[in-house]
Each structure stands twice: as structure tokens, then as C-alpha cells.
Write a protein that binds this ligand. Structure first.
Ligand SMILES: [Zn+2]
Length: 144
């Protein structure tokens, strides 16, 4: 390897394996690489060998660093849509606190819109899934 050649090695500034240009050797032009300049940040730093360099020498193509896959979070709206889709034929019940709702009921709330009863809670509370949020609502309350 000669001065001016490109090698891929770890950049001490970028903390990534990047393309570098050899700027100095330890002894003459044939010795081990001593200093490299990072093509990305432009800094000259001591050469650190990488496993690739040991086996191969000059690497032409820059390696693409793959972004880590993100954990897929199912948005509440998707769950809500699916819940409603599977209950297309279930008539929605207008929400009033005096009613007695059960799991799977489709409710029509004046503020939150259409929702599905997810679970019943202690006493007279239940959990309902709406387009934007899961809400705790009251039921089985005596009407005035
Ligand atoms: Zn760099």
C-alpha cells in the first residue's frame, strides 16, 4: 500500500469504519501504515487496523452501515380499525353511563366517536378502544 491509496479503517473521530487516504507510513513507503486521513471528517489520525484490512488490503467500496430495524409499534388506530372491521355487522350502541356494556360491544361516544369495549374493570368502569386512545368509561350508573 502506498501513500494516497484508500483504505477502510476505523476513524477515531467518526467512530465508524470509513474510507481513509494513507498519508504516512512507519518506515518509508513500504512499511506499515502509520497515518491516515478520513474522507468523511478530513482528520488525520493514527491508523488502526481492522479485521478487514488484515485479510484484504485495499477495499474499494464503502460499506453501507445498515440502520437497525426499529421495533414495530402497532398504533392504536390500527388496532381500533381492525377491531371495528371485525365487528362490521355489530350495531353500535350510543354511549350512556346508565347502560350495561360488555366486552366486544361497539359504542358510539359523543366525544371520542366509535369505539370497542376492550375489558370490564372493577365496579362500574370499563376500558374502551377509540381511534386515538384507550379510555376508561363508566357504565351501569343509575340514570337520574
Ligand atoms: Zn472521520
Amino acid at each position: 500500500m502506498a501513500v494516497g491509496q484508500e483504505i477502510v479503517c476505523l476513524c477515531s473521530s467518526c467512530k465508524m469504519e470509513l474510507r481513509h487516504v494513507i498519508v504516512a507510513h512507519k518506515s518509508g513507503n513500504s512499511g506499515p501504515v502509520a497515518k491516515v486521513r478520513c474522507n468523511t471528517c478530513g482528520k488525520i489520525h493514527a491508523y488502526r487496523s481492522t479485521p478487514q484490512e488484515k485479510t484484504g488490503g485495499v477495499i474499494q467500496a464503502k460499506r453501507e452501515v445498515k440502520p437497525r430495524e426499529k421495533t414495530v409499534v402497532i398504533p392504536i388506530e390500527v388496532e381500533w380499525r381492525e377491531q371495528l372491521k371485525s365487528r362490521e355487522r355489530t350495531p353500535s350502541l350510543p354511549y350512556t353511563p346508565s347502560k350495561d356494556f360488555k366486552v366486544g360491544d361497539v359504542i358510539d361516544h359523543p366525544t371520542f366517536g366509535c369505539g370497542v369495549v376492550k375489558s370490564l374493570k372493577d365496579g362500574n368502569k370499563f376500558e374502551a378502544l377509540f381511534q386515538r386512545d384507550v379510555k376508561i368509561l363508566m357504565h351501569r350508573l343509575k340514570a337520574d
